[in-house]
Write a protein that binds this ligand. Structure first.
Ligand code: NAP
Length: 352
């Protein structure tokens, strides 16, 4: 990173950033985003409690597509603004601080920008990284938002019991790989679906799923689920929606639970598909419950300690797909909607 002007640490630095060019309808393209170069001052305004962050890793997450749509009614997270930098979870180092809780050199994770340096007016929602001995990039995934999503959806919403039958879709992704491993630690029988044979092999060989299948090779999803769950499904961790949800509903057991985490098959459709088999919710006394992980960030530190323990003990393993360089971020994000990513998709912005 070249300095725009020579001087002390308060100098202006060039700041590459990814902006949204326009609101998106349908499938996003790389051209909806643009890498531009601005400048950043590595100092906080006098008297403020702001921090300046040097971003090391930024995350690509499926929900970001929703923020590229212009919503008439506000939703749970604000729309991106054309011409402005995209924001996302990331891992950063504090390089200037006016906040008593954050010192220069601190490693943090939280909602930052897809850019090299970010001025955060109020860092209160950032978490300090307590386990820098674990790969820092994991704080975009297993030790960050997606890992906590898996934990909350499984343990707070689905509440698995030993011996139950668990099915996970998008199972090799950032959230799914953790759901499956946590369910195995609980003593469940776990099957995952994924969109390639490579991912299916990972599920079985690396993450310890009991079974896995490539849903793109199954002409009849209902028949595939009957094959893997002859006794039915107790918990379906829902990541995709669409045809998979319809097939799952037919295969749920009495009083089954469906934590509705995401519906990625619907995110780029201009007309979402409706589920056809909702009557099963009545006849089988099912509980479907949506959740948003940020509602549970109050218990993040408990989660961080538990998950860091699993990682260190080798009870949980994690796979990442790292794009190197901010200029790769738009393609990396779009790849989530075609299944190009193998494991948690993130972007390395700078060397640690
Ligand atoms: N509720 C919350 O608070 C919360 C928080 C985080 C994430 N989520 C949701 O959790 C889900 C998983 O997120 P993640 O970060 O773990 O993503 P991910 O699984 O790492 O990446 C997305 C994956 O979705 C699959 N996919 C893409 N298009 C699809 C389609 N049309 N039909 C079926 N599968 C498709 C692809 O895997 P395959 O190759 O296997 O198809 C792709 O690799 C998403 O729905 C996301 O929105 C919710």
């Amino acid at each position: 990173m070249a300095a725009a002007a020579a001087g002390d640490v308060h100098e202006e630095m060039l700041n590459r950033r990814v902006i949204l060019k326009r609101y998106v309808t349908g499938f996003p393209s790389e051209d909806d985003m643009e890498v531009v170069t601005g400048t950043a001052r590595l100092a906080v305004p006098a008297g403020s409690t702001a921090v300046v962050l040097k971003n090391l890793y930024v995350s690509c997450d499926p929900y970001m597509r929703g923020r590229m749509t212009k919503h008439e009614d506000p939703t749970y997270v604000p729309d991106f603004v054309p011409g402005e930098v995209l924001t996302a979870f990331g891992v950063s180092k504090v390089v200037a601080s006016g906040h008593p809780g954050f010192a220069v050199g601190d490693l943090v994770w939280g909602m930052t920008g897809w850019e090299e340096y970010t001025l955060v007016p109020n860092p209160a929602l950032f978490f300090k990284i307590n386990h820098p001995e674990i790969p820092l990039s994991y704080y975009t995934g297993v030790l960050g938002m997606p890992g906590m999503t898996a934990y909350v959806g499984l343990f707070h919403v689905a509440k698995p019991k030993k011996g139950e039958y668990v099915f996970v879709s998008a199972a090799s992704g950032a959230v799914g790989q953790i759901v499956g491993q946590l369910a195995k630690l609980t003593g469940c029988y776990v099957v995952g679906s994924a969109g390639s044979d490579e991912k299916v092999n990972l599920l079985k060989a690396k993450f310890g799923f009991d079974e896995a299948f490539n849903y793109k090779k199954e002409a009849d999803l209902n028949a595939a689920l009957k094959r893997y769950f002859p006794e039915g499904i107790d918990i379906y961790f829902e990541n995709v929606g669409g045809a998979m949800l319809d097939a799952v509903l037919l295969n749920m057991r009495l009083r089954g639970r469906i934590p509705v985490c995401g519906l990625i098959s619907q995110y780029n459709l201009e007309q979402p598909e409706g589920p056809r088999n909702l009557a099963c919710v009545i006849t089988k006394r099912l509980r479907m419950e949506g959740f948003i992980v940020t509602d549970h960030f109050g218990e993040y530190h408990k989660f961080e300690e538990e998950m860091a323990g699993y990682l260190k003990e080798g009870k949980i393993t994690y796979i990442e797909d790292v794009a190197v360089g901010l200029e790769k971020a738009p393609a990396a994000l779009i790849g989530l909607y075609t299944g190009r990513n193998v494991g948690k998709q993130l972007v390395k912005v700078a060397n640690e």
